[in-house]
Ligand binder design. Structure first.
Ligand code: IMP
Ligand code: MG
Length: 178
């Protein structure tokens, strides 16, 4: 285990099993459709690439870079589009793939943005969800409910580090409070 972690929260095996379950569910719900899977860069990139391969129906992929957290461990409450989609969302059945929902603010705002651009349907698939949800954003596909601690790994970062850990762990408090 990386020595900056307090403990491992989700192992590679647990993640793998959950991704297969989510992929299977999406495959059956979207049978006969050709959904557009949108990866929220950069945190969701590892989850996204595993999830896409667990979905057994044809999909399209696109990427958007949103910023809500700036650099540290606490939400700024603002959502900016740093890098836009290439696909036109109009009329598409969209599944937004996100790493973690904390306040839900990022997803609520981005979902509304896609609907405003004429998306046919927009659902959210999030690997992790923290308990403190201030916005009532509906998470159609959810991996794990986790405790309200700062987690890293499997794409999730703290100040751009730890994304390549193959598991998810709780970061030691002294790392982000010093
Ligand atoms: P929300 O808008 O408050 O739901 O913030 C969600 C975003 O905050 C996610 O996309 C992550 O980038 C980031 N985030 C929230 N909690 C954590 C965490 O524990 N570790 C890493 N990033 C997090
Ligand atoms: Mg993120």
């Amino acid at each position: 285990m990386n020595s900056d972690l307090e403990k491992i929260l989700l192992t590679e095996e647990q993640l793998k099993k959950k991704v297969i379950e989510l992929g299977t569910e999406i495959s059956s719900d979207y049978e006969g459709k050709n959904p557009l899977l949108i990866c929220i860069l950069r945190g969701a990139v590892i989850f996204f690439s595993d999830l896409c391969r667990a979905v057994k129906i044809p999909v399209n992929m696109d990427f958007v870079n949103l910023s809500s957290y700036n650099k540290g461990a606490f939400s700024s409450g603002e959502v900016k589009i740093r890098q836009e989609l290439i696909a036109d969302p109009e009329g598409k059945d969209i599944i937004i793939v996100e790493d973690i929902i904390d306040t839900g603010m990022t997803m609520e705002k981005y979902k509304q943005c896609l609907l405003d651009r004429g998306a046919g349907s927009v659902e959210i698939c999030a690997l992790l969800k923290k308990p403190e949800q201030k916005c009532v954003v509906d998470i159609r596909y959810k991996g794990f409910d986790i405790e309200d601690r700062f987690v890293v790994g499997y794409g999730l970062d703290y100040a751009e580090s730890y994304r390549n850990l193959p598991y998810i762990g709780i970061l030691k408090k002294e790392i982000y409070t010093k």
